[in-house]
Write a protein that binds this ligand. Structure first.
Ligand code: FES
Length: 111
């Protein structure tokens, strides 16, 4: 298995730990499993949507222009409790993460 991963066999040295005999296959399997474990641990942190309609395969909202009125403010940070509308939660998100996200504001020129 180690020979299937480029460079991995050079990193794994059987018998590296005194008193333990570790085969290349066992060492490669351990490395693979640890890599998978730590990768799966970090994946949720990369998600944008942490809480909204998580049972849905895709979150989509659609509005008719006639129903928007003079002004509408839509969330783009996915942290609003009033999603898809902005409730100001982006401010806390930006402070905590050093991000710079903000809402989408749609308004009529001459209401
Ligand atoms: S709360 Fe998400 S952009 Fe304002």
């Amino acid at each position: 298995m180690a020979s299937q991963v480029p460079g991995l066999s050079a990193l794994i040295k059987p018998g590296l730990i005194p008193g333990f005999k570790v085969s290349k296959a066992a060492a490669a399997l351990s490395t693979y499993l640890l890599t998978r474990y730590f990768s799966s641990q970090s994946s949720p942190k990369c998600r944008v949507n942490m809480t909204i309609n998580k049972d849905s395969p895709k979150v989509v909202h659609s509005f008719d222009m006639e129903d928007i009125g003079n002004k509408a403010v839509y969330c783009r940070c996915w942290r609003s409790k009033k999603f898809p509308y902005c409730d100001g939660a982006h401010t806390k998100h930006n402070e905590e993460t050093a991000d710079n996200v903000g809402p989408l504001i749609i308004k009529k020129k001459n209401p």
